[in-house]
Design a protein around this ligand. Structure first.
Ligand SMILES: Cc1cc2nc3c(=O)[nH]c(=O)nc-3n(C[C@H](O)[C@H](O)[C@H](O)COP(=O)(O)O)c2cc1C
Length: 171
């Protein structure tokens, strides 16, 4: 799968097979997270890999829409050090998810609405933020990958030269 195809076909998926992700594939995915750029190369993002089923279940209780963490064989918590920017965390998280998808592994970013709960489960210091927890695994294709959520048309998302201006002829 080329990079463009991996990016545009990646959907946030909530049904997984129990099959484990092989260690070498997991290392490639983590490398992709590592290589994300960050403001002034401050590298404020850390990752916690969670495979233990009980720990995943405990994490699921820390988010409002996190039940699928129980079925995913793997979770990666994307953690920001104090002062780290959310954009840096987003870049790392998207790298992890797109690299995973290029290897046929689907994922879903999950918000930890109760940060203290998630920090406790993972032993993360109180001044660190859990930007997201990514549920990951091979897709259970009995369920559609996509929930059918549409994106806004490009014309509505993109302005040209000035806010709200349309694309010029031939531009
Ligand atoms: C910041 C953020 C937080 C999200 N939190 C959750 C979540 O807690 N639980 C969940 O199931 N999906 C979560 N999602 C996934 C979104 O629901 C998903 O990106 C959106 O519906 C588009 O899905 P699609 O790419 O499959 O169309 C989150 C996405 C983002 C960007």
């Amino acid at each position: 799968m080329d990079a463009y195809r991996a990016i545009i076909t990646k959907r946030d998926t909530r049904h997984f097979l129990p099959d484990p992700i092989p260690p070498d594939v997991l290392t490639r995915i983590l490398q992709a997270g590592r290589m994300a750029g960050s403001s002034k190369n401050s590298q404020p993002v850390r990752m916690v890999v969670v495979q233990d089923p009980e720990r995943r279940a405990a994490l699921a209780a820390c988010g409002d829409y996190a039940e699928h963490l129980k079925a995913a064989p793997l979770a990666i918590a994307v953690v920001l050090l104090p002062g780290g920017g959310p954009f840096d965390a987003g870049r790392a998280a998207q790298n992890l998810m797109v690299a995973a998808w290029a290897s046929g592994i689907t994922s879903c970013p999950i918000a930890m609405h109760r940060q203290e709960c998630a920090r406790e489960v993972l032993g993360i210091p109180p001044d660190h933020t859990i930007a997201t927890v990514l549920a990951m695994g091979y897709p259970d294709l009995k369920h559609p990958l996509s929930q059918g959520r549409q994106r806004l048309p490009l014309d509505e998302l993109v302005s040209w030269e000035r806010w709200g201006a349309h694309r010029p002829e031939g531009g």
